[in-house]
Ligand binder design. Structure first.
Ligand SMILES: [Zn+2]
Length: 70
């Protein structure tokens, strides 16, 4: 029997230190890789963050940042 310590993952949003509930993965060279994690509140924020980081340099990245006026 093997006993491995589990390291909790934390939300990647700026100053948020909550335990992550979501995992962000991508397929790269046929393998699933983990980009990072977010908590329940910051799924969209972290998704945007990773999209900005990992789509950098792509010509078709036409998404503009549209702040909500609410
Ligand atoms: Zn968070």
């Amino acid at each position: 029997m093997e006993v491995n310590k589990i390291y909790p993952n934390f939300c990647k949003d700026g100053s948020c230190l909550k335990r992550a509930e979501f995992e962000f993965t991508d397929i790269e060279n046929g393998k699933t890789i983990t980009r990072g994690y977010s908590c329940d509140d910051h799924v969209e924020e972290v998704r945007k963050l990773f999209e900005e980081i990992f789509t950098e340099g792509k010509e078709n990245n036409l998404n503009e940042y549209n702040p909500k006026s609410e």
